[in-house]
Design a protein around this ligand. Structure first.
Ligand SMILES: Cc1cc2nc3c(=O)[nH]c(=O)nc-3n(C[C@H](O)[C@H](O)[C@H](O)COP(=O)(O)OP(=O)(O)OC[C@H]3O[C@@H](n4cnc5c(N)ncnc54)[C@H](O)[C@@H]3O)c2cc1C
Length: 443
């Protein structure tokens, strides 16, 4: 029988989870001369990971050379669609500069491949990766966190620092009372399929009007996307597959009994979506939660002997306009790793010694962006009926009316289109109030 190595007390830090935040923290520490142990429950990093998704790379490309990274396509088109039951009204953005490097730092990836590659970079830098091991709890001595319990035969592993990077479903962190369980209003349930097109080469390029390694990120909202729930649908092109999914508030899912797999099937059958996924075969199905409480739900980031990073710390911007967690996960991991290295140099493990991490994060785009959009989700939930049901219908009706081809005058068509829109938003006063309420999205 082979002996299992004993990891207890052999490392400077333990990282729980080899997702983006965990590997970034490990890389950050290893580059500063520390020796971190990364513990991942999956058979390899990324196997347990679910995401849309677009990887945003402004921080990660400062850490590693992305030239040989398993990126699928760069995002050359962003499209936002409002769906009523039968209509689509879309805004498509294809700025020419997105074809040039660094491609707006936006790439579709498959996490099974990307996370493994990224974790290997941490190992190259000096980290140790332990897979197929689940962290079951934290070890404390006199209140200070001093290591983790695992499901391995040798169980306990002690180290001066623990980085909690277990993602949004942060059972270890919650059980240790380092954060409260999120309310269902602040969590989205997401389901996603990866689809392939067995029938023919070039089908993705043809359907999405793409050439070479350019890709598309389509976002959908409105009742045609996720029914009456607060949320949306997405469709992203990978190299030779597409990722399609829906994400919506857990409380809505519970209240309406709206089952995620049924919602996804309905979304895929919408007249605007069905032609894009026709004749596709599902090769992967996954489900996960997304924290979307924003800045209000970010818990204390540092404790004696531990830090929280990425989704575990609620660092996700998910507001209907943006869905960004990958960039925040990496940024937080980098700052957390740097703060641990500073504390280690001082021979300290107390929370105060780790405070460089929250300070750096609050000066970064992470906190700035979360603060900027703190109001948006609440406003959108309050206006849900208008934004997700009335407006998509009214905009589609008004568009159809404006361009209606008959023997009536253009003026009468324009009048009727305007009336339809004003009717939906409560006249000119309602329109002005709505514009004032949402002006901060762009101003
Ligand atoms: C459907 C969906 C679509 C998304 N789309 C996008 C997008 O397009 N762009 C974007 O930027 N963000 C997107 N996000 C958000 C993004 O995926 C996350 O913000 C990001 O993955 C967070 O990284 P993380 O490292 O904090 O957590 P994770 O990526 O969740 O990694 C956590 C890791 O910890 C491991 N782990 C968990 N518990 C334990 C344990 N007890 N012991 C050992 N290992 C453990 C897991 O297996 C996993 O590998 C999406 C999320 C979802 C669910």
């Amino acid at each position: 029988m082979t002996e299992t190595p004993n990891y207890d007390g052999k490392f400077d830090a333990i990282v729980v989870g080899a997702g983006l935040a965990g590997s970034a923290a490990a890389l950050s520490m290893a580059k500063r001369g520390l020796s971190p142990l990364v513990i991942e429950r999956g058979t390899s990093p990324g196997t347990k990971n679910v995401f849309g998704g677009v990887l945003y790379t402004p921080t990660i490309r400062e850490l590693v050379d992305l030239d040989d990274a398993p990126l699928e396509r760069y995002v050359a088109e962003k499209r936002f669609s409002m769906l009523s039951e039968a209509d689509e009204t879309a805004l498509s953005l294809r700025p020419g500069e997105w074809h040039d490097e660094p491609h707006n730092d936006s790439f579709t990836v498959l996490r099974g491949e990307f996370d493994e590659w990224f974790a290997e970079r941490a190992v190259d830098a000096g980290a140790t990766l332990l897979t197929e091991t689940t962290v079951t709890g934290l070890l404390r001595e006199n209140g200070r966190i001093v290591g983790v319990g695992t499901d391995r035969p040798d169980g306990r592993i002690r180290a001066p620092y623990v980085v909690l990077a277990e993602g949004g479903n942060s059972l270890v962190t919650e059980r240790a009372d380092l954060k409260e369980r999120e309310s269902r209003d602040h969590v989205a349930v997401a389901v996603k399929e990866v689809l392939e097109f067995p029938a023919r080469e070039g089908v993705i390029e043809d359907r999405f009007r793409l050439t070479d390694d350019a890709g598309a990120a389509y976002n959908y909202f409105g009742e045609g996307a996720v029914g009456e729930a607060f949320g949306g649908g997405f469709l992203y092109t990978n190299d030779d597959t597409v990722s399609v999914g829906v994400a919506y508030r857990l409380s809505d899912a519970a209240a309406s009994g709206q089952r995620p797999e049924e919602t996804l099937n309905r979304f895929k059958s919408h007249p605007a979506v069905a032609p894009l996924v026709r004749d596709a075969r599902t090769v992967e199905y996954s489900a996960k939660t997304i924290p979307e409480g924003g800045i209000e739900s970010v818990p204390d980031l540092v404790h004696d002997g531990a830090v929280l990073v990425g989704d575990t710390a609620g660092l996700v911007l998910n507001n209907g306009v943006h869905l960004e967690g990958t960039n925040m996960a990496v940024e937080s991991g980098v700052h957390a790793g740097a703060a641990i290295a500073t504390a280690a140099r001082q021979g300290r493990t107390d929370a105060a010694a780790l405070s460089g991490y929250p300070s750096a994060l609050s000066r970064s785009f992470v906190v700035e962006n979360l603060e900027r959009y703190a109001w948006l989700q609440e406003a959108a939930v309050a206006d849900r009926e208008l934004l997700f049901a009335e407006l998509p219908r009214a905009v589609a009706d008004a568009g159809a009316e404006y361009f209606r081809m008959d023997r009536d005058s253009k003026e009468r068509h324009a009048d009727r289109a305007r009336e339809r829109l004003l009717d939906a938003v409560g006249g000119y006063t309602g329109a002005a109030k709505l514009a004032a309420r949402y002006r901060k999205v762009i101003a």
